[in-house]
Ligand binder design. Structure first.
Ligand SMILES: Cc1cc2nc3c(=O)[nH]c(=O)nc-3n(C[C@H](O)[C@H](O)[C@H](O)COP(=O)(O)OP(=O)(O)OC[C@H]3O[C@@H](n4cnc5c(N)ncnc54)[C@H](O)[C@@H]3O)c2cc1C
Ligand code: FES
Length: 460
């Protein structure tokens, strides 16, 4: 019975049923006791009755409290990473409770975090459980934006790791138009800031992504971000301090100034209560009011890691071998990856995620795969009934499809999110860079691929 009560997901219902269950366990014997106590002495009956009523009330209250507590533990357990439950597998999409496609979520809270970044707390409209995720993963959103031909799909990292919460948190930066170009500002991010309010409903796909931190590793971790790249780092830092408090972590973050720096108080509070979390903030253009809020003026770079982090790490851990996690602007990550490589950090220890398209292609290039025909290839978009000739100047298959009037789904255009995945029924493609997203057998990511064989048939 207790096991069944634990399985009830609604906390109120769970508390009521547990209360009735424990209350009746005590009330029935108490009623019998009152019957047996009936004697010519009325005072005996009266005091036994009072005792029975108090015992029934107390047991009902205790039952309700146990019901709530049992549920909380279940909810937390539902959201723990698989490996905390004694399963060594790092399969990160294994416990989505049947949620595989779009699901409606309500925006419960909208909180301004800095000049450009706002957080959105999302709760499933069906009130069901939300699955666990690995720190570093993202959610995919589908937004109906007025003026757009079709729903706009974008991915956003989960920016919190609070197992007792019933919400996911995303933190989104408003993307301005580049100053040197006469183009529109970011479509989805501006829509989220301007038009999505508390109680708005948006479509969400389950947590995904391979930019994840192994919470239980004992190797020190260095989390390095700038701007909105801080989002996956918060989840990573929170997961480690919660589940692996002996692991040393350095949290290095770069911002323009104090107004642009999101989550400073949240990370400072985490660091103040966990001695294994070491924080360094660098402001590139601090203002007069920023004194005391940052540690260094300038950028987070490999010199900072060599001169400040490495000696501390050597002292605390007896080694400077660490796992590095980078997330930020393309130029920032490019500089750091090159700096770490020059310093001798092996590529296998450096994990990175780009939010923007212009990620340098420095790892595992697969450009030199032989192609059957480098001049022109036939592409069949089978659903649209179009057979077209592709030339190298046409770019990726996604660029080519768009240039020919097709409108495939995409988000990152960098092989990270999996949104552009499409079935291929004939031929092969070659990738410009190794995809970071999982690719289903018989499918390809068209945003980073070009035809490899003379004829390619895509389900578009
Ligand atoms: C795995 C992953 C996780 C992410 N996590 C986060 C996160 O936690 N928080 C976050 O804020 N973002 C995150 N992003 C980025 C996010 O998915 C979006 O890319 C971002 O919000 C911009 O989308 P948008 O629709 O607002 O901008 P878009 O409309 O896609 O435009 C992007 C930029 O291009 C400019 N632009 C428009 N047209 C042109 C043109 N013709 N030529 C040149 N430039 C042009 C726009 O002005 C804008 O600056 C993540 C991305 C990935 C891949
Ligand atoms: S659009 Fe993200 S993987 Fe292709």
């Amino acid at each position: 019975m207790i096991k069944n009560i634990k399985e009830i997901s609604n906390p109120i219902l769970r508390a009521v049923i547990a209360g009735i269950f424990l209350g009746s366990l005590v009330t029935i014997p108490a009623a019998l006791a009152v019957e047996l106590a009936k004697s010519p002495k009325d005072s005996n009956v009266e005091s036994t009755s009072k005792l029975a009523v108090y015992a029934s009330l107390a047991s009902t209250a205790i039952g309700a409290a146990i019901g709530l507590g049992a549920g909380k533990r279940k909810d937390e357990r539902d959201r723990l990473p698989d490996d905390t439950l004694g399963n060594d597998s790092v399969e990160v999409e294994s416990s989505n409770n049947g949620w595989t496609d779009w699901r409606k979520f309500i925006v419960m809270r909208k909180v301004k975090e800095s000049d450009g970044i706002t957080s959105f707390y999302l709760h499933p409209e069906d009130n069901g459980a939300i699955p666990d995720f690995s720190p570093g993963q993202f959610l995919t959103l589908k937004l109906d934006i007025p003026g757009q031909l079709k729903p706009v799909i974008r991915t956003y990292s989960l920016s919190d790791y609070d197992l007792s919460a019933m919400n996911y948190r995303l933190s989104i930066k408003r993307e301005a138009a580049p100053t040197n170009l006469n183009v529109l500002p970011g479509i989805a991010s501006n829509f989220m800031h301007d038009s999505i309010q508390e109680d708005s409903i948006i479509w969400v796909k389950p947590p995904a992504g391979k930019f994840v931190l192994d919470v239980y590793s004992s190797k020190p971790a260095v989390l390095i971000s700038n701007g909105v790249g801080i989002t996956p780092m918060i989840a990573m830092a929170k997961a480690v301090v919660r589940f692996n408090p002996l692991r040393q972590i350095w949290f290095l973050h770069g911002a323009r100034d104090g107004n642009a720096h999101a989550f400073r108080d949240e990370i400072n509070a985490l660091s103040a209560s966990h001695s294994n979390l070491h924080v360094i903030y660098c402001y590139s253009r601090p203002t007069a009011t920023d004194t005391g809020k940052y540690h260094q003026q300038g950028y987070v770079d490999s010199a900072l890691i060599q001169n400040i982090v490495a000696p501390e790490m050597q002292k605390l851990c007896g080694s400077t071998e660490a796992d590095y996690f980078l997330c930020g602007s393309p130029s920032f990550m490019d500089a750091l990856r090159n700096g770490l490589r020059e310093w001798g950090v092996p590529d296998r220890n450096v994990n990175f995620e780009s939010f923007a398209k212009a990620m340098p292609k420095t790892t595992t290039p697969v450009r030199d795969l032989p192609t059957e025909n480098t001049d022109s290839q036939e592409i069949v978009f089978s659903k649209s009934g179009k057979t077209l000739t592709w030339n190298p100047a046409d770019g990726t298959l996604l660029d080519f499809a768009e240039a020919n009037g097709l409108n495939p789904d995409y988000s990152c255009r960098a092989g990270v999110c999996g949104t552009c995945m499409c079935k291929i029924s004939e031929g092969e493609v070659e990738y410009e860079e190794e995809p970071s997203a999982s690719v289903d057998p018989g499918s390809v990511l068209i945003c980073i691929s070009k035809p490899k064989t003379a004829r390619v048939v895509l389900d578009l």
